[in-house]
Design a protein around this ligand. Structure first.
Ligand code: ZN
Length: 379
């Protein structure tokens, strides 16, 4: 058993002083008041900063110079997870952008094998596309877009270990297809969609539970046509991913989303590209033959479209606090409990309580990551 203390620890919904954590193997085994601690040389004493549940990122296209679409292998997945760990991410969904069924199959197999082999931090897959609306394609390659059929439903539900999150445009599906995916255990989110508020209403009845990068690549909120944005903000029980890199969403738009939703329903995601955690010379990369360049942390293709982000989770939390003006406690919930609840793993991780996975991040008052733990193992 290891005990950790020395800084405020995030319990339930806020940071608490004068408590210690005990870790036994891969789990949190006790939360102990400091007055009951007699120190031992095996204790890990943190000097200042904050100890929070490890961040959970539901949308990670790449990192460490690797894009999942280009390297749908165990090594590719390992590189991405390793790159994000230094920014406090202790669980993530490697995310595949619209691609061919063959690449989708390779990516699912790679994630399955990564989980089986215990690659730290990999908890499932996010497949973004290819059932998307060309009118809201963003940087996706429309030549890869497909219609959903029973063969694809089989393919999408083939991950044996971990969670599968699928982003799709509900207006591109036939009635009943969302509920078929949901019945197979898939978490369905709407994204790259031009659906009406009413179409989303039907999708919600079928089990749609979330929205991918709220505000970006979706129909907007208008007075008589609330669109996908209106539906997302209106439906309290749904979650919305948000890219808080200060480029994808205006500060005020982010504040409005947070005001509209319960705190644990707004999910910080990175939508990260290979440049995150990569050496400087690897920061510019190709995305389906289009050159993506990074300028001041902003990734764009030549036409000017945003191409994912250069964001990491620690910076997303920092931006939410220092730029958007959200209290730290809430920002931590948005990076931990909220994503865990979104993909229904909150009984295992996303908070610090007895029996949960010992996935933790220790970060400084200046929001830099000092140390992480995944399944009780520190790095
Ligand atoms: Zn997207």
């Amino acid at each position: 058993m290891t005990r950790i203390y020395g800084c405020p620890i995030f319990l339930e919904n806020s940071f608490v002083e004068n408590v210690a954590l005990a870790i036994d193997e891969d789990c949190i085994s006790a939360i102990i008041p400091m007055q009951d601690i007699t120190s031992s040389e095996d204790d890990i004493i943190l000097k200042g900063g904050f100890l929070a549940p490890g961040f959970i990122d539901l949308q990670v296209n790449g990192g460490g110079g690797t894009l999942l679409n280009d390297k749908p292998t165990v090594e590719g997945v390992r590189t991405i997870a390793h790159a994000h760990r230094q920014f406090g991410t202790t669980a993530l969904l490697p995310t595949l952008i619209s691609d061919t069924p063959s690449v989708i199959r390779q990516a699912i197999n790679a994630v399955d094998a990564a989980i089986e082999n215990g690659v730290p931090g990999v908890i499932g897959i996010h497949i973004e596309g290819p059932f998307l609306n060309p009118e809201k394609k963003g940087v996706h390659d429309v030549s890869k877009f497909l219609s959903l059929n029973s063969e694809m439903i089989d393919l999408f539900s083939s991950l044996k270990r971990g969670k599968t999150l699928v982003t799709l445009a509900p207006e591109k599906l036939k009635p009943g297809q969302i509920s078929e995916l949901v019945q197979r255990g898939i978490i369905v989110a709407a994204g790259h969609t031009n659906a009406t508020y009413e179409t989303i209403g039907t999708a919600l009845q079928e089990g749609l539970s979330g929205f991918t990068h709220l505000y970006n690549a979706m129909s907007q909120l208008h007075s008589r046509a609330p669109g996908v944005v209106g539906a997302a903000l209106d439906a309290d029980h749904t979650w919305s991913g948000i890219i808080a890199d200060t480029y994808h969403v205006h500060d005020a738009a982010l504040r409005i989303a947070i005001k509209c939703k319960p705190t644990d329903k707004t999910v910080l995601v990175t939508d990260a590209m290979p440049s995150v955690g990569a050496p400087k010379h690897m920061r510019n990369f190709d995305l389906f033959g289009k050159k993506v360049t990074e300028t001041d942390g902003k990734l764009t293709i030549e036409a000017g479209n945003l191409a994912g982000s250069a964001l990491d989770m620690m910076t997303a939390v920092k931006n939410t606090v220092t730029q958007i003006g959200i209290p730290l406690d809430n920002a931590i919930t948005m990076a931990t409990t909220a994503p865990a609840t979104a993909i229904k793993i909150e009984n295992k991780m996303g908070s610090i309580s007895v029996g949960k996975k010992a996935n933790l991040v220790h970060f400084s008052n200046e929001f830099s990551v000092i140390r992480t733990w995944i399944d009780g193992v520190t790095a």
